[in-house]
Design a protein around this ligand. Structure first.
Ligand SMILES: NC(=O)c1ccc[n+]([C@@H]2O[C@H](COP(=O)([O-])OP(=O)(O)OC[C@H]3O[C@@H](n4cnc5c(N)ncnc54)[C@H](O)[C@@H]3O)[C@@H](O)[C@H]2O)c1
Ligand SMILES: [Zn+2]
Length: 341
């Protein structure tokens, strides 16, 4: 097991990579925790949950709504949960985002922890303390910042995660290598087969490195504004493609990273061979390098991006593999990239 300690203003959070769901009981400070999970995770892994009350929600982005939050509040009242209760989210990013929000707001906040059960939630949602839900057609528009006391990343749980979902996590891991850690990038190049086979030692390194990279960036952001933007590499185009084509997040981000790398080459910041290397690595993992999309719709969505200021947008570029920087780019320049004359 590898452990990462995260300190933010008032809180301390510990992320345990390679710890087992079986041992969860050791970390719970009360006799009967309240577990929030979804139907898939309960079906696959419910028999390993510690004793406690279980609230089960549905699956998919469409249930990440206030109705689901309300349902959980109602269950908490029925269970007579109070300030001394302890909430555990066991699931992917959706369960953890919702469980974190509920725990942060019910009775002005009760103690909570997570068991992250997808690769994406282990390498991304486990760090940074963001939680919340979708509202009015906007993703994650309501939420708070609040760290769980602990996150268990049980790598065995990944065995039942559909391959497409694993790919979403791998896209974020490749992103972490590209923006901050060339040796991680090389490791990904050299260990593809083991990574795709979910070899425990390889996955443990990938999750650990990702958690360290994200937590360092998030920590720096408390002092130096804007560092956190680097985590958006591939996400400006990615979000716009995701919204307009309905492909999965990881696939859209993969194509978005390729476009962002190409822009960096155009700006003479990144060597063309490095841009090709990024596309090659994504392709090697079965992630899309190009996607079909409606250029006009993507542009319209870009114009609504929350990172936009006037006709410019904060955009993440690379100067080399392992080094990202943020620059304000005119939307016109992005237009030329996806819609060449
Ligand atoms: N808080 C953050 O910083 C942060 C960061 C990234 C993403 N997110 C959020 O995370 C969500 C996506 O997370 P996700 O990709 O984990 O999706 P998810 O929670 O929807 O899980 C994906 C699917 O896998 C199933 N599943 C989960 N664990 C399983 C297991 N061990 N075995 C079998 N099936 C399993 C789920 O039921 C679901 O159908 C998005 O809503 C996104 O906004 C949050
Ligand atoms: Zn992402």
């Amino acid at each position: 097991m590898k452990v990462v300690n995260i300190k933010s203003q008032a809180h301390e959070s510990v992320i345990m990579i390679g710890e087992n769901l079986d041992n969860l009981g050791k970390y719970i400070p009360v006799e009967r925790p309240i577990i929030i999970t979804d139907t898939n995770v309960r079906q696959c892994w419910g028999k390993y949950f510690p004793p406690g009350d279980v609230i089960t929600i549905g699956t998919g982005e469409k249930i990440k709504t206030f109705d689901t939050v309300r349902y959980i509040y109602e269950q908490l009242l029925k269970l007579e949960a109070d300030r001394s209760s302890f909430i555990i989210g066991i699931g992917g990013g959706i369960v953890c985002d919702i469980a974190g929000f509920v725990a942060s707001t019910y009775m002005r906040g009760v103690r909570f922890g997570f068991v992250s059960s997808t690769l994406l939630s282990q390498v991304d949602a486990s760090v940074g303390g963001k939680n919340g839900f979708n509202f009015g057609g906007y993703k994650n528009i309501v939420g708070v910042f609040n760290q769980p006391e602990f996150v268990i990343c049980d790598l065995n749980l990944l065995k039942t995660v559909p391959q497409k979902e694993i790919l979403s996590g791998l896209a974020e891991i490749i992103k972490h290598g590209a923006i901050a850690d060339k040796s991680l990038f090389i490791f990904l190049e050299e260990n593809r087969d083991q990574a795709l086979a979910l070899d425990l030692a390889v996955i443990e390194k990938l999750v650990y490195d990702s958690v360290v990279i994200k937590s360092e960036i998030v920590n720096q952001d408390e002092k130096e504004k804007g560092q956190r933007r680097k985590l958006n590499f591939g996400h400006t185009f990615g979000h716009a493609i995701e919204k307009t084509t309905k492909v999965r997040h990881g696939e859209a981000v993969s194509a978005g990273m390729v476009l962002a790398s190409e822009l960096a080459v155009k700006k003479a910041a990144l060597a063309e061979k490095d841009s090709n290397r990024i596309a090659d690595l994504l392709g090697k993992y079965g992630l899309p390098v190009r996607l079909e999309y409606d250029c006009h719709a993507v542009l319209e969505t870009l114009k609504m991006d929350k990172k936009r200021e006037g006709d410019r947008i904060y955009f993440v570029l690379l100067s080399e593999i392992g080094n990202a920087y943020v620059e304000e780019i005119a939307i016109k320049e992005l237009e030329a990239l996806i819609n060449p004359p």
